[in-house]
Design a binder for this molecule. Sequence first.
Ligand SMILES: [Fe+2]
Length: 240
Amino acid sequence: MQGGKLNKHEQISHLFYKANKDPCKIWPRYRNNADADWITTESGIPWLKLHKEIPTHQILAEIKQAEHLLINHRDEYNEHRGWRSFCLHGKSLKQTQHCEDSRPFQWVPEIQNLMPKTVEFFRSWAIGNYERIRVMALQPKGYIALHRDLVREQESNFLTAINIAITQPDDCHFIIKDWGQIPFSPGDAYMPDINNWHAVFNHSEQTRYHIIVHSNNWTDSFKETIRRSYDLMHGMKSHG
Ligand SMILES: [Fe+2]
């Protein structure tokens, strides 16, 4: 905070942080035999921790090699601070925002030589048809102002993007309205409900690096990962 000189986006985001950093809702009841579709659209859970190992050290080393490619993300209204990004996979290196045009999603040529192991990791994970895979950096004392990404009006959850903590400095907080903060540790992959209001704060002195993955046509194997992750997150032994 810069005493007394907060712009309105920062003021609102700070009020949101104070009001929502502790959860006020009770986690929805676990359902036995839930499938991926129900878990991601009807379960009401605010996030799902994916049961997946991520090679964060390798990925971080490659991000450092490509750091010069980061550009300001969504800064047209000056509402965020220190949020930077580039695409590993997408319509182009710098097309970090959602965009509906005829360009295909593909591995971005500029990063091929800089991040080969990261590309290999996502290729082998093969969760479906990748759309954007983006490196997202949030600089020290940066924040992502309060917003929601997909607006689906009904009161339900909508887990679609995967958010992977490549680093997670202490004192970084991803807050979701009514649910408190996602308990990220480095290497964790979560599917947060970005249909709900959220904001992110980096109160630390280090840059926070995450990767966000969007894909469609999930494979059966990824749907099974979702189902097992749901069971494990609820302390249930996954069957099947
Ligand atoms: Fe968001």
